[in-house]
Write a protein of this length. Structure first.
Length: 94
């Protein structure tokens, strides 16, 4: 194996390592952000608790505060849309 081949292999391995690390997140002790049931954004340390598992299952576990706030905005917009849609007299086409 020459130097160029070794550099290429190193770059490929680095990409694979990044993918594997991303798949393993979060690990015990990693901090994550979530939206609470009253619409506040909090940081929590992951410890495989029932709350951690539920947040991960329902897509309420974020790497950054910015991501959690974006999700909160989505939840608020969805609720407003549901309220608006629910106030309409929809025709059942089935």
């Amino acid at each position: 194996m020459n130097l160029d081949e070794l550099k290429k292999k190193h770059a490929e391995m680095g990409e694979e390592i990044k993918k594997l690390e991303a798949e393993e997140w979060p690990k015990v002790g990693d901090d994550y952000w979530f939206v609470s049931d009253d619409g506040l954004v909090f940081i929590q340390s992951f410890k495989f608790s029932n709350a951690d598992d539920n947040r991960r299952f329902f897509g309420n576990l974020f790497r950054t505060k910015k991501e959690a706030k974006k999700h909160l905005k989505f939840l608020i917009a969805r609720k407003k849309w549901q309220d608006l849609a629910g106030s309409q007299d929809w025709v059942d086409l089935s």
